[in-house]
Design a protein around this ligand. Structure first.
Ligand SMILES: Cc1ncc(COP(=O)(O)O)c(C=O)c1O
Ligand SMILES: N[C@@H](CCCC[NH3+])C(=O)O
Length: 422
């Protein structure tokens, strides 16, 4: 793990992290602990920006909304794509210029829309993206007349699993064959129509570039069909750029993605916008957890760790693979180990049948690629406080998010009145 985020390397594997540094961080801050390396975030942004030199890059805040990450990406020159009022507030707090911020609503609650419309009134440079006729009407009802982008349902999906494919038979966007009419409607309501958007799904791999290209081509067709009536500023082809989770998986061929994107745009006269989340932060983060229980059940070895699905839900939720490394001296014999958490669910597993040094109580484990959709999807299920997050930057480290306490778990409840009043 070098201080420059491993420079231009297109992937940082879990094995590349400095074990001594991770052990020292666990010692200093305790476990479970998320570690986000900001140098790596910046390196990922620089590589992406180099592959898409003419594109506007918006960071999909949902992947990791920590202020440390947002500030690092803002300073690197990225904008922000926000899926909720909360993400919008966090992006503005982190100092993003509203001109570089898109609020991309999916059937937004009324409070979200009220907030977004008020932000748009105060900051006319903000772009609001909607993917339903209802959302357009609800914006109109609130007097919105700002920069507007239409999310299109392209009819083509992609991603690491069916559950994260958004482009086909899903709730997102207006069907592509209705897009021209809906854009004209938004225009007639006085919205400043500036763009079209689509997102195929999350975790697009090298063998899904055809799907990606079809999504881009669909948007390009919509843009061309409206060109005489509307002066579209940008075509936003979404995010979804995948990263390798398995140790032997090849990195995404970013140049190929960029080339297929340019080809599919086929000369459309508008800025290309991309909104990656995972690609910028996944391999910049690890989760550190300590083994507190070792069991040998039949032929299996189970290492019970001090955290699991409440901290990193992806394995339980999608069956996702995250690399796991034991940070103990590697002179122990290797065994096939399942790493499980402390939650009362059988799916509370961080990794199954991994070749690891025979586990012992007190071992420190690192779970890789935890920088995206890790702490963001953490919960307090089983009344478990969420872990701390530490930011690394070169030789420096500091708490980016403090460890929650039991008081944080109960603070929204007025315990004295519980069960007293209806
Ligand atoms: C609209 C939109 N943009 C961007 C993203 C970011 O996706 P990823 O983190 O896979 O790049 C998502 C999530 O899938 C999304 O729904
Ligand atoms: N949360 C998902 C990705 C979905 C992103 C939001 N559309 C994951 O962890 O892979």
């Amino acid at each position: 793990m070098s201080g420059d985020g491993d420079g231009g390397a297109s992937v940082r594997r879990l094995a590349d992290w400095d074990a001594d540094r991770l052990r020292a961080l666990a010692e200093e801050y305790g476990t479970p602990l998320y570690v986000d390396d900001l140098a790596r975030v910046r390196a990922n942004h620089a590589r992406l920006a180099a592959a898409f030199p003419d594109a506007e890059v918006l960071f999909a805040v949902k992947a990791n909304a920590g202020a440390h990450v947002l500030r690092a990406l803002r300073d690197a020159g990225a904008g922000a794509e926000c899926a909720s009022a909360g993400e919008l507030a966090r992006a503005l707090d982190a100092g993003f210029d509203p001109a570089d911020v898109h609020y991309t609503a999916v059937n937004p609650p009324a409070e979200d829309l009220d907030y977004a419309v008020s932000v748009a009134a105060a900051h006319p440079a903000l772009t609001v993206t909607a993917g339903a006729r209802d959302t357009i009407e609800r914006l109109d009802e609130r007097g919105f007349s700002g920069r507007f982008c239409l999310r299109v349902h392209p009819g083509v999906g992609a991603g690491h699993s069916e559950s994260v494919s958004t482009g086909k038979d899903a709730k997102f966007g207006v069907p592509a064959d209705e897009a021209v009419e809906v854009l004209a409607d938004a225009d007639s309501r006085g919205f400043d129509v500036v763009g079209v958007h689509a997102h195929a799904g999350s975790g697009i791999a090298n063998d899904q570039l055809d799907e990606h290209a079809r999504v881009v081509a669909t948007l390009a067709n919509v843009a061309r069909a409206t060109a005489t009536d509307l002066d579209l500023e940008f075509v936003d082809v979404g995010g979804g750029f995948g990263v390798p989770y398995h140790e032997d998986e090849a990195p995404l061929d970013l140049d190929a993605v960029a080339e297929r994107t340019r080809d599919a745009l086929d000369g459309v006269d508008a800025t290309l916008t991309i909104e990656p989340g995972r690609y910028l932060v996944a391999d910049a983060g690890v989760l550190l957890t300590e083994v507190n229980t070792v069991k040998r059940v039949s032929e299996s070895v189970i290492a019970g760790a001090d955290t699991g699905m409440t901290t990193l839900v992806r394995p339980a939720m999608y069956g996702s693979y995250h690399p796991i490394r034991s940070l103990v001296a590697d002179d122990r014999p290797t065994e096939e180990v399942s790493v499980v958490g402390p939650v009362c669910e059988s799916t509370d597993v961080l990794g199954e049948a991994r070749d690891l040094p025979a586990p012992e109580r007190g071992d420190l484990l690192a779970v890789g690629n935890a920088g995206a959709y890790g702490v963001e999807m953490a919960s307090q299920y089983n009344s478990r406080p969420r872990p701390a997050v530490v930011a690394l930057d070169g030789g420096e480290s500091g708490v980016a998010r403090r460890r929650e306490t039991l008081a944080d778990v109960t603070h929204a409840e007025d315990t004295a009145d519980t069960y007293q009043e209806p």
